[in-house]
Design a protein. Sequence first.
Length: 295
Amino acid sequence: MPATTTKNITLPSEVAAAVATKARDTSTIATLSPSTPMLFKDMTHVIFSKEPEAEFVGEGVQKSPSDVGFTPVKGEIHKAQVTVRLSDEVKWADEDSKLGIVDAVVDASAAAIGRALDYGVYHAINPATGLAMSDATALTAGAAKVTATSDPSADLDSLVSAVNESCDVDGIALSKTWANDLRKIRVKETGARLYPEIPLNLKAGTLDGITAATSGTVNGALAKTPTNVLAILGQFGLIKWGIVRDLGLDIIETGDPDGIGDLKRLNQIAYRTEVVYSWAVLDKAAFAVLEKASA
């Protein structure tokens, strides 16, 4: 993997310039499910498999025991990292000309770490390789499946029906493809959009009264084998995740941190961003996945 060199960068003589980036995909899980504090160990979450119900009892009548059940759900711990090599001349350029090059690298790395959460939880896919993770279980593998039709509005209703009725739907993660399909639907009588909450950039904040988030992570855009996922709907509060340890930014100037050559010998510097996640999907029956119809 060749490093970026100053030959690829036009350095201004006087005026500081920012590094422009394209709009990035973001983590829908971080939007739809708030993070919770996690410990650096395998955490087991406990949920009711059968909740107790109250009993009406008459005066002087013996009280009955409440019938309850518990199910343990083990959390998974995974480290995500981004290592970016640059020519060490870029470091000097950042110091001398006040370019935002290093800041842009750090920002892009942080965004990648965020997207990795979706890839891990939804698909059990390593985004760097596009291949399946051997030590993770995908939410989409255990959720109810709905096959898409030519009527996206009806598909949305089908998704709601597919979620376990004991769960409360509180969010939906949209692929850009399906968000665009929904945005195009118009009311025949008036021509108005049926889902006006989906803007032209497809970044819906809500959909039909629930919280929504749109990202290429939903359909697993980086997956080597297409996931065919269009949307994921369910009770996102049952995705428990958090950052066990935020290792921040590590500036590496010596050694071979990624196995492609000594930094000093290649006149390079590396910037590494790492985080350790813990996550658990407490009940996959609380989710329904919309998939493309088979070709």
